[in-house]
Design a protein around this ligand. Structure first.
Ligand code: C2E
Ligand code: CA
Ligand code: CA
Length: 629
């Protein structure tokens, strides 16, 4: 084994010789004649000294001066120093201790005692260092979770007088930062946050730790403005941080009133408070309070009841129509689940879906919703009249299921339906999780014939990139766009831009959450095709919807896929509108004809003979006339 290294600093050659003789068998020894020479050796930094034996009185630079310099240096201050001094120097000894010396040996010394004390000191230091490595988060250098909890516990036990709060900081969409800019950038951000939090909590002797991937925790005294100071400092430093994306922190606060509670529980509660304001624009911090406690109790109750509720048929499908704006005719519908709770009454999806997404039950519930939805469509078709496609919501948890496609096909087959009958609404935020996998899955679903609607577009962190990459058919504009009251001109411009972009990309647009005449007017001037919202209809029970459906004239459905057009053409046909096929290679010519005809007829366009032939061979019986170039 390699010998540990010692630095012996003494101006007397005879003293150096004596020490060397005593220690050379155990240690590798470097000698220095005064403080300055020692300093030069230490600064070369390629040698790790396990300890230093230091004389105090020396020419050029004495031991105290050297200790003072070492104390200020991050690395040198970690090397334990034993002062070897004359017995009568007790005044200076005291000073040396203040400057960080660890132990004393008075001359003349007993060699055995010297050796023993030296090796004890080194061992103590090295084991401390090992603990330090285990307790520190290797990326940021602050406490890891276990250490944070332990150190906080010690502080709470020692200091009974002060009141404390536990502040937790979570970064929104950290994963997106990692995915977009790379893990190195993500690491750099975490290091930055750790050091900024340390700086801002140091003056109040706060304790800072990294207790999860992108989650930091601080214990600070519960003093006036304390929280504002920490939150403000973090916000300011993140605003200065150079990254081509805004970093949004969320803070959860737990006021420690019961000191006996495990620190990990305190952290969990602060985290719950932070999660409660996730995605809520403008809210920076939240306290753990009674509403959150109540929420936990409610969730516990839901989790006890959900399986039985599904078996009892307490979940119901409500349908909300989508309208074509120009004709104000129904063009589709969205299935939204409700819970008819025996005690609490009718619960809206927002009351339980987020929790089911959290605990995973959503995948069970969605299978049920898809099944009931297909059952309904099949019943319409059976009734022989018309049908429109219904879109169902897919949670992120659904999308990343291995056998998703098989499950969907199984349900469709059971009811004798095709993928074209169902639209799938996939929320925009699913995109931020695992882009490649999502791309692959949507590609597969699409190739099977499902129509894909991107839900909540513009709600979170959508990028235009996403639009060009994902093979979607329909864009659902999040209701925030429509409902936002301020900066009207700006809003108009953004909606207008998105609508034109979507058109240019051949996507249909559905504007969600339309509640007022004014909003309708705006959407009309922007040439938005489809709308959904309370203005026209609220979500309603299936029976009610079916009645409306069979009474009303239908519009072309919200679609892009060819087969759906066929599906509806069939329906239109049954309602008495004639189908005309226009076969012309020139799009302009087709448009002229179409403008002329589409009020009275269902127009199908084909570009060339081959397409016409294929179309006719499949749809011979429903085509009334053909105009052929
Ligand atoms: P979403 O997919 O964005 O659905 C639209 C929500 O907005 C619905 O709330 C709907 O009732 C509501 N809404 C419709 N028009 C208006 C309007 O004009 N103004 C306002 N303020 N709100 C309007 P709901 O039914 O409570 O659903 C909330 C969310 O829960 C849905 O948001 C969807 O993400 C999810 N969800 C609903 N049903 C299901 C389901 O069966 N499966 C899954 N995975 N998620 C579902
Ligand atoms: Ca939806
Ligand atoms: Ca939506």
């Amino acid at each position: 084994m390699q010998k540990r290294k010692l630095l012996v600093v003494d101006d007397q050659a005879i003293n150096r010789k004596i020490l060397q003789n005593i220690l050379k068998d155990t240690y590798e020894i470097t000698l220095a004649e005064n403080g300055l020479e020692a300093l030069e050796i230490l600064r070369k930094a390629d040698v790790d000294f396990s300890a230093i034996l230091l004389d105090l009185i020396m020419p050029v630079m004495g031991g105290l001066e050297l200790l003072a310099i070492m104390k200020e240096d991050e690395h040198m201050s970690l090397i334990p120093v034993i002062v070897v001094s004359q017995a009568e120097q007790s005044e200076t000894e005291h000073k040396a201790l203040d400057l960080g010396a660890r132990d004393f040996i008075s001359k003349p010394f007993n060699p055995n005692v010297l050796c023993k004390r030296l090796s004890n000191l080194i061992e103590l230091y090295e084991s401390n260092e090992r603990i330090d490595v285990m307790e520190r988060d290797s990326l940021t250098g602050i406490y890891n979770k276990d250490a944070f909890c332990r150190v906080v516990r010690e502080r709470l036990n020692q200091d009974f007088v002060k009141e404390y709060i536990l502040v937790l900081m979570d970064i929104e969409q950290f994963k997106l930062i990692n995915d977009t800019f790379g893990a190195l950038e993500g690491d750099r951000l975490l290091q930055y946050i750790a050091s900024e939090l340390t700086i801002s909590t140091d003056p109040v002797e706060g304790i800072v730790g990294r207790i999860g991937g992108d989650i930091f925790a601080c214990l600070v005294p519960d003093e006036e403005d304390m929280l504002e100071k920490i939150v403000g400092a973090a916000r300011l430093s993140l605003a200065k941080y150079s990254l081509e994306m805004k970093v949004h922190p969320k803070f959860g606060v737990f006021r420690i009133d019961d000191r006996k509670m495990p620190v990990s529980t305190m952290c969990e509660r602060a985290l719950l408070a932070a999660e409660n304001i996730k995605g809520k624009y403008g809210l920076l911090f939240a306290f753990y309070d009674d509403t959150i406690r109540q929420k936990l109790l409610d969730e516990q109750q839901m989790s006890n009841e959900m399986v039985q509720a599904l078996e009892n048929g307490e979940f119901e499908i409500y349908l909300q129509p989508k309208y074509e704006l120009v004709s104000e005719r129904i063009a589709g519908a969205e299935a939204l689940v409700r819970w008819r709770h025996p005690v609490k009454g009718l619960l809206s999806a927002a009351d339980f879906i987020p929790f089911f997404e959290h605990n995973g039950f959503i995948t069970e519930l969605d299978l049920y919703v898809w099944d009931k939805t297909c059952e309904l469509i099949a019943s319409w078709i059976k009734r022989g009249d018309c049908y429109i496609p219904i879109s169902v919501n897919m949670s992120r948890k659904d999308i990343y299921r291995d056998n998703l496609v098989e499950l969907l096909m199984g349900i469709l087959n059971k009811h004798g339906l095709k993928p074209q009958h169902l639209h799938l609404e996939i929320t925009e935020s699913a995109y931020t999780e695992n882009q490649e996998q999502l791309l692959e899955i949507i590609g597969r679903l699409k190739s099977m014939g499902f129509v894909i609607e991107m839900d909540d577009f513009g709600k979170g962190y959508s990028s235009l990139n996403m639009l060009s990459e994902l093979p979607i058919d329909i864009l659902k504009l999040d209701m925030r766009f429509i409902q936002h009251r301020s900066r009207t001109e700006n809003r108009r411009n953004i909606i207008s831009f998105i609508i034109s972009l979507a058109k240019w990309m051949n996507l249909s647009i559905v504007a969600e959450g339309v509640e007022s005449e004014e909003q309708i007017e705006l959407l009309r001037t922007l040439d938005c095709t489809y709308v959904q919202g309370y203005y026209f209809a609220r979500p309603m029970p299936c029976s009610e919807f079916t009645e409306i459906l069979f009474q009303s004239q239908l519009s072309d459905p919200v679609v892009c896929s060819e087969e759906i057009i066929l599906g509806t053409t069939e329906a239109e046909k049954k309602k008495g509108r004639k189908v005309i096929l226009i076969a012309d290679g020139d799009a302009k010519d087709r448009d002229v004809l179409k403008n002329y005809l589409s009020d009275k007829y269902v127009v199908v366009e084909k570009e060339n003979g081959r397409e016409v032939y294929q179309y006719i061979s499949e749809n011979f019986d429903i085509t009334d006339m053909m105009i052929l170039d």
